[in-house]
Design a protein around this ligand. Structure first.
Ligand SMILES: *Cc1c(COP(=O)(O)O)cnc(C)c1O
Length: 419
C-alpha cells in the first residue's frame, strides 16, 4: 500500500484518534489561555490545502523555483489584505511565527553586540525582547524595563530615564502578560530622542487592533511584528508591517537572512483570516473580547482576587494569588481538571520561581469566539472561585460536569464534534 489516496482513518487511525480527541477537548473545555483561539473552518481548510506541497523561496515575481503561478497571487493577496487592514505601507507574511518575525527585526536593524531594550519577561514581556536565555539576550546587549510595583503599569518616565542612560539601538514595546494599553506615541518619542529604532510586537493584541478595540502601533513604529494565531484568529504564523523605507532591509532579513521557503499553506490560512478580520462582525468580536475580559477582571476583584494593575484594557487578565494561599500551578492544574484551561504565570516582583509562580494568566479571546458573553463570564469566574477555594478531586469533578453543560450550548468554531 502506498497510502496516496487513503483517508487518515485508514492510513493512520492512531493519529486520527488523537485529532478527534483534541477536537473534543477543545469543544468541551472553557479555554482561557489568552494566546489561544479557535480558527474558522475556512481558515482550517486553507491551512490544510495543497499549498503545503510547494516551495517558493523568494518573493512574488522573484522566486528561485518555477511553478509560482498561484503562490505569487496568494502571497500578494495576503500582503495587500494586511496592509489595508492595518493601514501599513508594506507587509511580509513569510515569518514562520512570532519569534522568527522578531529575529528578523534584529537582523535588519542591529549588529551583534548592539543594545536592545524591552519589557522584562517576568514583568510581562517576551523572551525575544532581550531576555537572557533567548538568543536576543545573548548575542546582543540587553537592558530591560519593568512595571511599577505599586501600579503594575509601565512608567514612561522610568523607560525614558533608562533609555537616556543606556542608549539602545532598538526599543521594543509589546508583551505577553501586560493587560494595559501602551502609549505607542510616547514610546516612539523616547526611541527618537535616543536614536533607537522603535519596534512594536503586537502578537497578543493584533486582532484587537484589527477590530478597532485597541490603539494601533502602525503609525508610530518603524516596524510592527505579530503572530497571526492569537486574537487575530489565523493559523500559526508570523508577520510584520513596516514603512516603505524599511521594507527592503526587513524582507531581506526574513529571506534569505533567516528562513528558506515560506509555508505557503499557512499563507493561504493567513489570507483567509485577514479577510475575516476585515469584516464588520470581526469589529464586534474585538469589542466583545475586551468587554468580556473586563467582566472577568471585575468579577475576580469582587471576590477578593488581586488582579495585577487593578483590571484590564485588553483581552487578558493577570492574577496574583498570594492572598488566596494557592500557588498558580496548583490553581491551574485544578482548574484544568474542572475543564477550565488557563496558565500559571509569574507576576511582577514574584517571590516564587518561574516554574512554580504566584499567579495565573487568563483571557477572553477563545470563549468570545464561541459567542459567550458577560453572563457566561460571570459563571466562569464563579466556577474558578469554587475550584480555587477547594481544589479537591470531588469538587473539580462536580464543576467539570457543569462546565460541559455550558460548552455544549456554545459550538466551537471550526469543530464539528461527531458523537
Ligand atoms: C506569542 C508571542 C510571541 C511569539 O510567538 P511564537 O509564534 O510563539 O514564536 C512573540 N511576542 C509576543 C509578544 C508574543 O505574545
Amino acid at each position: 500500500m502506498n497510502f496516496v489516496d487513503e483517508p487518515l482513518s485508514v492510513t493512520d487511525p492512531k493519529v486520527l484518534e488523537l485529532v478527534r480527541a483534541e477536537e473534543r477537548r477543545q469543544a468541551e473545555k472553557i479555554r482561557l489561555i489568552p494566546s489561544e483561539n479557535y480558527v474558522s473552518r475556512a481558515v482550517l481548510e486553507a491551512t490544510g490545502s495543497v499549498f503545503t506541497n510547494k516551495y517558493s523561496e523568494g518573493y512574488a515575481g522573484k522566486r528561485y523555483y518555477e511553478g509560482q503561478q498561484f503562490v505569487d497571487p496568494l502571497e500578494t493577496l495576503a500582503q495587500e489584505r494586511a496592509c489595508v487592514l492595518f493601514g501599513a505601507d508594506h507587509a511580509n507574511v513569510q515569518p514562520y511565527s512570532g519569534s522568527p518575525a522578531n529575529l528578523a527585526v534584529y537582523f535588519a536593524f542591529l549588529k551583534p553586540g548592539d543594545k536592545v531594550m524591552g519589557l522584562a519577561l517576568p514583568m510581562g514581556g517576551h523572551l525575544t525582547h532581550g531576555w537572557n536565555v533567548s538568543i536576543t539576550g545573548r548575542y546582543f546587549q540587553s537592558v530591560q524595563y519593568g512595571v511599577r510595583k505599586d501600579t503594575g503599569r509601565i512608567d514612561l518616565d522610568e523607560v525614558r530615564d533608562l533609555a537616556r542612560r543606556e542608549r539602545p539601538q532598538l526599543l521594543w514595546a509589546g508583551g505577553t502578560a501586560y493587560s494595559r494599553l501602551w502609549d505607542f506615541a510616547a514610546m516612539a518619542e523616547i526611541a527618537r530622542e535616543v536614536g533607537a529604532r522603535f519596534a512594536v510586537d503586537m502578537a497578543h493584541v493584533a486582532g484587537l487592533v484589527a477590530g478597532g478595540a485597541h490603539p494601533s502601533p502602525v503609525p508610530h513604529a518603524d516596524v510592527v511584528t505579530t503572530t497571526t494565531h492569537k486574537t487575530l484568529r489565523g493559523p500559526r504564523g508570523g508577520m510584520f508591517l513596516c514603512r516603505s523605507a524599511h521594507a527592503a532591509a526587513l524582507d531581506k532579513a526574513v529571506f534569505p537572512g533567516l528562513q528558506g521557503g515560506p509555508h505557503d499553506h499557512t499563507t493561504a490560512g493567513v489570507a483567509v483570516a485577514l479577510h475575516e478580520a476585515s469584516q464588520p462582525a470581526f469589529r464586534e468580536y474585538a469589542q466583545n473580547v475586551v468587554k468580556n475580559a473586563a467582566v472577568i477582571a471585575a468579577e475576580l476583584m469582587a471576590r477578593g482576587y488581586h488582579v495585577v494593575s487593578g483590571g484590564t484594557d485588553n483581552h487578558l487578565i493577570l492574577v496574583d494569588l498570594t492572598n488566596k494561599n494557592i500557588p498558580g500551578k496548583v490553581a491551574a492544574k485544578a482548574l484544568d481538571k474542572a475543564g477550565i484551561e488557563l496558565n500559571y504565570n509569574s507576576v511582577p516582583y514574584d517571590t516564587r520561581k518561574p516554574f512554580d509562580p504566584s499567579g495565573i494568566r487568563l483571557g477572553s479571546p477563545a470563549v468570545t469566539s464561541r459567542g459567550m458573553g458577560p453572563t457566561e463570564m460571570k459563571q466562569i469566574v464563579a466556577w474558578m472561585d469554587r475550584v480555587m477555594s477547594d481544589p479537591s478531586d470531588e469538587n473539580t469533578a462536580r464543576v467539570a460536569t457543569e462546565v460541559r453543560e455550558l460548552t455544549g450550548r456554545f459550538p466551537a468554531p471550526g469543530i464539528s464534534v461527531k458523537g
